[in-house]
Every structure is written in structure tokens, then in C-alpha cells.
Write a protein that binds this ligand. Structure first.
Ligand code: ADP
Length: 269
């Protein structure tokens, strides 16, 4: 059933903060090293790779030695700006070990609403891909739209990664989190929760199992992952939600191994 994953070509990989930052607040260098190794290897196999990364606030907190996540939006924005620079510095170093060029792309979600911006983004990303570059995308945390948007912006890049996958007609979105996939309930609270292997439609029951909107304010949580999946399914594409510790799991996913939760449209049957 997962045979089709062996032949996907254009892949968007989204990595969450939990895979980039240790619970201690320190940067997970081995995870980032392995991600650079895996993505470069896929590039060398001829696949087209786009990375969507979170972690700017976490890296900024580590750099500025701020122990608690700040509450005020402008403080979060300032910390994110410091962290973004450092995060890109780390990616650049790690990818260069494998002679892989990367580029920073900062986007806002409303890019899809403005035809000219949308075309510009697509053209730039297409150009980078044809030049063998791996674009590293994050949300532009400095650009304000309104207060609500701000709070959503710091959720996570789950929906942004789905927007990018849609814009770029990706064959697959790989969403790496700190959990093995989507469960019938939050497994950290319910030990009887069951892992879904495949999901083909996002319904109300699943949304409720994700813990409800806003239940994990400040991080994406599962609701935003389901929303991303919804977008991917609407575009007749596919998404795998899997545990990004370690990032080598990407090789298994692309080998068609039954890991994580596959969200797929019926045409992949
Ligand atoms: P990331 O930072 O990797 O994007 P999040 O912390 O935002 O990840 O979301 C993952 C967390 O969502 C899991 O660690 C788990 O505690 C929680 N969660 C809530 N409901 C579910 C569910 N139904 N299935 C899996 N995880 C869930």
C-alpha cells in the first residue's frame, strides 16, 4: 500500500521544534547533523527537497540564555529573529559538510492570497530546486498582520509546510514530530491510545482526538497537523506524520516501511 512512496520525487520535509531542541533547551546537534546527511543523500539520489523548519524561538532562547519562553509578542519576535540567524548558521554549516547548498526563505501564510507574491515564491523555489539548492523555509515572524495572526504564527509551521507542498505540487509532505504518528487520543495522557496507520479523510472525530483547537496554545499540536493533512489531501497529495527522532526515519518512509501515519488520497490506493 505504501509502494508509491518509493517513487515520490518532490518532497517537503517539515521538522518541529521538539526534534531540534532537547528538553533541556539546548540544540540537538546530532538530530540536525543527521537531517543534513539524510536530505543531502536524497538530493544526491536526484530527489527534489524543500525543508520547512521551526525552532527559531528555541534556538534564540538558548543563544540569549532566556530560560522561559517569553509571553510578549514583540519579545518572541526579537528572540525568533536572533534564533533564525543562528539556526540558518547551523544548517549552513551542517549541510556544507556534505557540500550541499541551502538558502533561507522566510514566508507568511498569506502568500497564497496574492497572485504576484505566489508566483514570485514559486519561481524562486523552482529556480533553487533546479540549481540543486535545498530551500530552508520558516515563517517570517517579524511581519505583523494582526494580533490573532501573531498568536497563530507562533503555533508552528505545520500549515505553512502544507501550503508550500501545495504551491510546489509536492508528491509528499513528511512531517517530523516528537510522536510516532496520529493516535486515537493523546498518548501522553491515555496509554490505551491506538496509532493510526493510514487516514484518508479528516473528520470531526479525528479533530476531537487531536485534542481540540487551541488546546496546545504556543505550539502546533495535532490540530494544526490535521489541518495540514486536510490541505494535502485536498490537493490529492500525501503526508506522513512520523517521529523525527531520529531523522533517518525519512529513509524508512521512502522505502515504504509502515512507520508513522500516512494521510493519503484514494488515488494512492
Ligand atoms: P512538534 O513540535 O513536533 O510540531 P507538537 O508538540 O506541536 O509537535 O505536537 C505533538 C504532540 O501532540 C505530541 O507529543 C502529543 O503530546 C500531542 N498530541 C495530542 N493529541 C495527540 C494525538 N491524538 N496523537 C498524537 N499526539 C497527540
Amino acid at each position: 500500500m505504501r509502494e508509491f512512496l518509493k517513487s515520490v520525487n518532490r518532497i517537503v520535509v517539515k521538522i518541529g521544534t521538539s526534534s531540534l531542541i532537547h528538553p533541556s533547551g539546548k540544540i540537538n546537534f546530532s538530530g540536525i547533523d543527521q537531517l543534513a546527511f539524510v536530505l543531502t543523500d536524497l538530493r544526491n539520489q536526484g530527489k527534489e527537497i524543500i525543508l520547512v523548519t521551526s525552532g527559531a524561538i528555541g534556538v534564540g532562547m538558548d543563544k540569549l540564555k532566556i530560560p522561559e519562553r517569553p509571553q510578549e509578542i514583540p519579545v518572541q519576535q526579537a528572540v525568533a529573529a536572533v534564533g533564525q540567524l543562528e539556526l540558518m548558521n547551523i544548517y549552513n554549516q551542517r549541510f556544507l559538510v556534505y557540500s550541499q547548498q541551502t538558502a533561507q526563505v522566510l514566508l507568511t501564510r498569506d502568500v497564497v492570497d496574492f497572485p504576484q507574491s505566489r508566483t514570485n515564491v514559486i519561481n524562486t523555489l523552482e529556480q533553487m530546486i533546479s540549481m540543486g539548492i535545498i530551500p530552508v523555509i520558516n515563517e517570517n515572524d517579524t511581519v505583523a498582520i494582526d494580533e490573532l495572526e501573531h498568536t497563530r504564527k507562533f503555533g508552528d509551521n505545520d500549515e505553512l509546510s502544507a501550503i508550500v507542498a501545495q504551491l510546489m505540487n509536492a508528491d509528499l509532505l513528511i512531517m517530523l514530530s516528537d510522536i510516532d504518528g496520529f493516535y486515537s487520543d493523546n498518548p501522553s495522557k491515555n496509554k490505551h491510545a491506538i496509532l493510526y496507520s493510514t487516514i484518508s479523510t479528516i473528520n470531526q472525530t479525528l479533530m476531537e482526538q487531536a485534542g481540540g483547537e487551541g488546546s496546545r496554545f504556543g505550539t502546533g499540536g495535532m490540530v494544526s497537523k490535521l489541518k495540514a493533512a486536510q490541505r494535502v489531501l485536498a490537493a490529492d497529495s500525501a503526508m506522513v506524520l512520523a517521529n523525527g527522532k531520529p531523522p533517518r526515519i525519512i529513509f524508512d518512509i521512502l522505502d515504504g516501511v509502515e512507520v508513522g501515519t500516512l494521510f493519503k488520497g484514494e488515488q494512492h490506493e
